[in-house]
Ligand binder design. Sequence first.
Ligand SMILES: [Zn+2]
Length: 407
Amino acid sequence: MLIKDGIIVEIGDAAGRLANEELNAEECLVLPGFVNPHLHLDKALLGERINREITGHNESTSLASSVTPLAAAAAGAALVDEGLELAYKLKPNFTVSDVRERAVRVLREAVRYGTTAMRAFADVGTIGGLVPVEGLLRAREEMKDMIDLQIGAFPEEGLICDPGAEELLEEAMKMGADVVAGLPGFELTDADGRLHVDFCFDLAKRYARPLHLFIDPSEDPNSRNLEYLAVKILREGGHEGRVTVSWDALAAYNDVYATKIIALAKAAGINFVSTPPVALIFYGRVSRIQELLSAGVNIACGQDCVNDTYYPFGKPDQLEVAFFMSHVAKLKHVPDDLYTVIDMITVNAAKVLELQEYGCEVGCRADLVVLDAQSVHEALRIRSERRAVIKSGRLVAESRVETTLFG
Ligand SMILES: [Zn+2]
């Protein structure tokens, strides 16, 4: 593979050709750089300070004093309330440099495991203001030669139930956030959820940015925000292919209704992002992956959390995420199912991020990961070492593991 000015210019027998730099990838598997379409970088590694900054959090607790009664009621009603409550408490103490520092640590680890592009979310709301967005903007700048970072402005405390958050969300877009994110299922009523979808959709269109909604993060079979979103896209149009959902409630719906919603989502061109490690620990299952695949819907998968208030684990390793996905979605047939899960962390995720010139072909940008594996099967089976990671033609990480067995 010959790379010039960061672009793959030739693939084939390069014997006898001269290059300024050479990387021997003999007997290795070369894939396009991994893409993580969903990670809360602003809250990453908060697990390190939960015990230090919060004592007795399992006893009766009061939320941060800055939270309005409406927001407190919404938090209390949310099914993920413990992680949320901890986040509420820690968020007022965030500083720009603290967010930046935690984000950079995780980004460097992600690069080491072969991720060359990521969509990360920064909370926006009246508790933490725009500090998380500012922190991620700085991390993006600091890491720009190693990883493409998209920042999604994410109203974690809702919009309708957090007066002032709408203005902050728009301000985040002006500051340089790349993606409008939303959480309509957090609102207190179905009508408010629809207003939340309306506001985010309109903001994304006005700023010509992708929309990424954490649509119905619950096991509530009555959640209807995905239906509303799909029909809205079909009726109003104008943002085709630029809308992604995570945390859908498809698995909780009955089969008839789920079939209808998948058909609507397909027609509306909605991308899906599933985050198997965190979904498993919350619900013991993920979305209806097999049905979405059968319908031809674009599905990617990501590592949602890295040691934050919601999830104590989380290695920013997309190969591990794909490994989880193959289990929970029962994708086990060699090689086709395994190619499918690799697509979820490469080409499908690249489509979510709207990456141009992505892939392992001539003319593509040389964002590559070199795995110490002979096949995709082997890479997934042992989550092979990432020998080298290349970003825009430049070597950005190299790893070696040496083991000696005595006997
Ligand atoms: Zn998430």
